[in-house]
Design a protein around this ligand. Structure first.
Ligand code: N01
Length: 548
């Protein structure tokens, strides 16, 4: 339905508005449409893909095994698509998401090149009024965000950024055209997942690469390899068991954690065990034991094992020393790489410790640290993201009494959600993979499917029961947020500063807004809430306020 207001801007009325056309938005659109709800998806990019649309930097690839890094809601889709390798690169993942969009004819439901700028809940109509940067005005019963957990780039505020005369990039906003590093002096700032994936690839092409490292990171080999036809056939045959395994596992992937404590093994047994995990690659070291993230003593032993591997790989002892991390292993997102530490054995690669000699300025010619100036033709910022809340806060989301989500969560209160999906005072708002859900601690597509399916069941329930207003109770979110904090504090995660804790963003409220209890446990909690009539929520027919 279209309604014209006094300024002649047509207000479009739909059942649901979804933001984002990545893994979350695409599946949400599919489910809403299948259920017969009129839906509009707004996407800033000019194509589908979300994270995989923006992160086109060299070497970008997934770190969940690809046979799990896909949707499982459709057996037909699962069987139609074949991944080339264990950890495929970004172009292949983007191709998969385009394949999904085409297969289910999702594009007509998506408005590209459009950023949602504001959304406010109208307590008279019990609807969300949503505006975009293209002048759209939409009124929706349900407002669903699929904005991604790590999609707002952290571009450091370094003096002189505008003075640089060379090329400047951020890994999370990579150009669509190939960036040619041939014959160029390149500087990469940052050694998280993005830096560690891109550094080996850039080093091979550039004339010279300088890596500006503030905090060394642990990384283990991905041991990527092509999939054989037999392997793929078998994984497709096992579709049902694979889906069950993913849905009922700790990290949403076909991965089982070890049964032993790190301390159950003698030093010799441990070395042998970890060597085998190292050879297996991927998540094998992180999942080798059952208490790596809770047992301080055990964690330090595994951390020392990884440090010993770095010393073995990197030939120059001084460089190796600079590369040794000293935080608890796995408390920053575990990284898997292809030839990362080996890259420091190349003659054209130099490592600069910018914790020791801080970056002072970007000059017209390169980067000046307290130690001197490094001349560069290209600077790549692999400096990460304003995680979990950054993309939500970019939209002016206002709930009851015109309270902004940003205000609610930043005024000392930090994030407060119920189940990481909803927040009190913001009725009929669903945040897919929102703060205080397990999201980034495992396999995102699995987390997304669970959220989309829960939200869809919930909306069906609301419609079937003529419920107009669905809202988390304040006491439910207090309890949930406290539960999340207590769980996080019982692990080593909160003992390390990272983007998980918000420490990478100046002035950001610190916390650990992620549910660490495991995907499987979380799924059961969400299911139980639904089975118990959406326990912890207020379900209101809203008849008193109803405006048609
Ligand atoms: O970002 P990061 P990322 N001066 O925040 C440094 C996912 N992901 O884009 O640690 C100098 O991890 C910063 O230093 P420090 C994954 O969940 C997944 O790499 O703050 N350095 C750090 O070294 C991942 O965890 C994949 O001291 C500065 C780096 O920049 C998340 O995204 C691939 C600086 C940022 O590391 C984020 O990863 C890529 C400054 N001013 C990403 N500011 C997959 O494999 C920051 N740094 C699927």
């Amino acid at each position: 339905m279209r309604i014209t207001n006094e300024h002649q801007v047509e207000t479009v009325h739909v059942d649901a508005v979804v933001i984002g056309a990545g893994f979350s938005g695409l599946y949400m659109l599919y489910r809403l449409r299948e259920a017969g709800l009129s839906t509009k998806v707004y996407e800033t990019g000019d194509g589908v893909g979300g994270t995989w649309y923006w992160n086109r930097y060299p070497g970008a690839r997934c770190d969940s095994e690809s046979i799990c890094y896909n949707y499982t809601f459709s057996e037909e889709l699962y069987k139609e698509w074949s991944w080339s390798s264990r950890f495929p690169e970004q172009p292949e993942i983007l191709k998969y998401l385009n394949f999904v969009a085409d297969k289910f004819d999702l594009r007509p439901g998506i408005q590209f090149n459009t950023r949602v700028t504001s959304a406010s809940f109208d307590e008279e109509t019990n609807r969300w009024d949503i505006k975009t940067d293209q002048g759209d005005q939409v009124s929706a019963k349900y407002f669903i965000t699929g904005v991604g957990c790590i999609s707002t780039a952290n571009i450091p505020n370094i003096k002189g950024m505008d003075n640089f005369e060379g090329e400047l990039y951020h890994t999370g906003h990579w150009p669509h055209e190939k960036v040619d590093f041939t014959g160029k002096r390149v500087g990469v700032v940052g050694t998280g997942s993005s830096g560690i994936q891109s550094i080996p690839v850039i080093a091979k092409e550039a004339k010279h690469l300088t890596v500006f490292q503030r905090t060394p990171q642990y990384s283990v080999p991905a041991k990527n390899h092509p999939y054989t036809a037999e392997f793929l056939e078998k994984s497709k045959e096992n579709y049902h068991s694979m889906r069950e395994l993913m849905r009922n596992s700790v990290g949403g992937m076909a991965l089982k954690y070890g049964e032993n404590s790190v301390l159950d093994h003698t030093p010799e047994q441990r070395r042998e065990f970890l060597e085998a995990a190292w050879e297996k690659g991927g998540w094998a070291v992180l999942s080798a034991y059952n208490d790596l993230l809770t047992n301080e003593e055990g964690n330090l032993l595994v951390a020392e094992f990884v440090r010993s591997k770095i010393r073995e790989i990197v030939k120059d002892p001084e460089t190796a020393e600079k590369l040794l991390p000293d935080h608890y292993y796995g408390t920053k997102r575990a990284i898997i790489d292809t030839d990362y530490f080996e890259t420091y054995n190349r003659e054209n690669v130099r490592l600069v410790d910018v914790k020791k000699a801080r970056i002072e300025e970007i000059t017209s010619n390169g980067i000046r640290t307290e130690d001197g100036e490094y001349e560069l033709d290209v600077i790549v910022f692999a400096t990460g993201f304003d995680g979990m809340t950054g993309s939500l806060f970019k939209i002016d989301i206002r709930g009851r009494d015109n309270v902004a989500l940003k205000e609610k969560w930043e005024n000392g209160a930090k994030t407060k959600t119920y189940l990481g999906l909803t927040t009190a005072g913001f009725p009929n708002l669903f945040m897919l993979t929102g703060p205080e859900s397990p999201s980034v601690l495992g396999n995102m597509p699995a987390a997304i499917e669970q959220h989309v399916e829960w939200v869809m069941d919930c909306i069906e329930h609301l419609r079937n029961n003529e419920i107009e207003v669905f809202e988390a109770k304040t006491e439910s979110e207090e309890k949930w947020s406290q539960h999340c904090r207590e769980l996080a504090d019982s692990t080593l995660y909160t003992k390390t500063e990272s983007w998980y804790t918000g420490a990478n963003i100046e002035g950001k409220a610190k916390g650990f807004p992620i549910y660490v209890g495991g995907y499987n446990v979380y799924r059961k909690i969400c299911d139980d809430v639904a089975i118990n009539g959406y326990d912890g929520f207020t379900l209101d027919s809203g008849k008193a306020n109803k405006v048609i």
